[in-house]
Design a protein around this ligand. Structure first.
Ligand code: B16
Ligand code: MG
Length: 214
């Protein structure tokens, strides 16, 4: 029986991937690497440091840990400039109605995101109070596909993984949910999110019938 619902942030509640892309592209230009939207797909759900390492690998560049942290900070400063301009109009269609339907059925609601900027984003979207529990990149030490973020969210909700559904748009996030023994519904493409129980394109028009076979 489903008693709790855990939402990833980027790609599930809001599309911040486009801002990550702009900031990483700007950074890559500094070392003359052309970062494409296809490359950006590799970074979805992946931590900031790992994202930088993937770009450096693609560009064939080796840097020290200090140099990497400077670049990650520079990218984050640009990214924060974009997200500070976000507002409620950028919330993905149907997700708030869906959260309210879950709450109406006495389910608990958590956020489980790799982002260290999650609270700032939720504040700008006026969604901070929507979640019973928020677990983000500041509260975990192992990035997805490690299940830590979702296990911590379930534990803060006082629920077992088998009584929770995770909503995820990234392959690494679906794998994290699977490893943690959660039910998982993918948001996006069934070809990419093969390991999910089901995949839906988005929340518009969806209700808790999604959980009927769980
Ligand atoms: P930050 P999610 C993830 O968010 C993004 O999908 C990923 O592209 C990003 O690198 C990661 O957060 C870290 O974000 O730089 O803000 O700490 O999908 O787990 O909500
Ligand atoms: Mg995501």
């Amino acid at each position: 029986m489903i008693k709790g619902v855990i939402f990833d942030l980027d790609g599930v509640v809001v599309d911040t991937a486009k801002y990550h892309f702009l900031a990483w592209k700007r950074l890559a230009e500094e070392f003359n690497y052309e970062f494409t939207e296809k490359n950006n797909e590799l970074l979805k759900g992946v931590s900031r440091v790992r994202s930088l390492e993937i770009i450096l690998e693609l560009a064939g560049i080796n840097l020290t840990e200090n140099e990497k942290s400077e670049l990650a900070e520079k990218k984050n400063n640009w990214y924060v400039e974009y997200i500070l301009k976000m507002d409620e109009s950028e919330i993905l269609p149907g997700v708030v109605d869906f959260i309210n339907l879950c709450k109406g059925e006495n389910m608990k609601v958590a956020l489980g995101s790799a982002s260290k900027n999650a609270e700032l984003i939720l504040k700008n979207l006026k969604l901070l109070l929507c979640f019973d529990v928020i677990v983000d990149g500041n509260k975990i030490s192992a990035a997805k596909p490690d299940p830590e973020v979702f296990l911590k969210a379930a534990s803060e909700l006082n629920l077992k993984p088998e009584n929770c559904v995770v909503f995820e748009d990234a392959e690494a996030g679906v794998e994290a949910a699977r490893r943690g023994k959660f039910h998982v519904i993918g948001i996006g493409s069934p070809e990419i999110l093969k390991a999910a129980d089901y995949v839906i394109p988005g929340f518009k028009g969806r209700g808790i019938e999604l959980f009927s076979e769980m």
